[in-house]
Write a protein that binds this ligand. Sequence first.
Ligand code: MG
Length: 391
Amino acid sequence: MRIAALIVAAGRGTRAASPGGGPKQYAIIGGKSVLARTMAAFAGHPGIDEVKVVIHADDRELYEQSAADGRAAKLTEPAIGGPTRQASVLRGLEALAASPPDIVLIHDAARPFVSGKTISNVIAALNDKPGALAALAVTDTLKRASEGIVTETVARAGLWRAQTPQGFHFLPILAAHRKAAENGVDTFTDDASIAEWAGLDVAIVEDSNSNIKITTAEDLEVVDRQLSLTLEPRIGSGFDVHRFCDGDHVWLGGIKIPHTHKLEGHSDADVVLHALTDALLGAIGDGDIGQHFPPSDPKWKGAASILFLEDAVRRVRERGGRIGNVDITVLAEAPRVGPHRDAMQALIGGALGLSADRVGIKATTTEQMGFTGRREGIAAMATAMVFIPTE
Ligand code: MG
């Protein structure tokens, strides 16, 4: 039996503008986007064979970033959504129909905390029913009101709050969605309603309170704070040296600086970026720059070292980590670093997603002692603070 998860992420999320101003499903909570967490919840479930996301046409780049963070193994090409949630789901189902699964679980991207148990329970309920949805029994007393005055207390017995995932046998829910679209019925707010409308039985699966839907900017703040409490600080250090050879410039911190010599190396020999890359790798215990980019590999000949740094950043983010700050010291008699500090901070900050006040760049001579003092080469050391989720 093949089971696909269809994650609906095409909304504009206007109620919860994320800090970057983008749609809420791409907001970062605890170092990872909401969508990346939702994808990982399904991709990490052993019963799920395929994960497809329905995205807005404008969000391709945001989606790719989340996909890189969300265990890409089971991901297939995203579908592009339509003007309403219902239209977006239909487009996703049509995309899956090319090689139809037996079962589809339709889920809102804004519910990143769905548990493996809920996913398993919805799948199990589909053994003898064509549809099943995760839901919570209503426990609050319900009031109907008019103009701010209670007019009635509504009996809550038998009432449930519909959540997602909502699972269905694939062909019947595809047929129901197509029929609704053909009939111009486009006001359904969930897929269980479409199944009911089409006459399919839908079973209730009791969900847990943790499967919240992130709706407002306040929700985003609250979950980000909670997740950040479980981040563990890690520290890493890096050191690098390159010797001088004939030339007229050096690369330091990604900046080309005129000089009487250049630095010898397989790549651009940027000691600052090499030390910093090693500091990040050290903080997550993931080897070193020479292991990931062996000097013996001709592919890296003359490479711009920012590539190495970006790879280390990717490795931190893959673990759900965030970088707190970095601090660098250059050891050289010359050239002077001061005039280039702002440019280095901007370039490194850009690669790390850090403001300039989180990128320390300092320089010292070694009082004409030792190899740097004799102007045989340049050394750099770096420290990086990284926060990694403990979950
Ligand atoms: Mg090096």
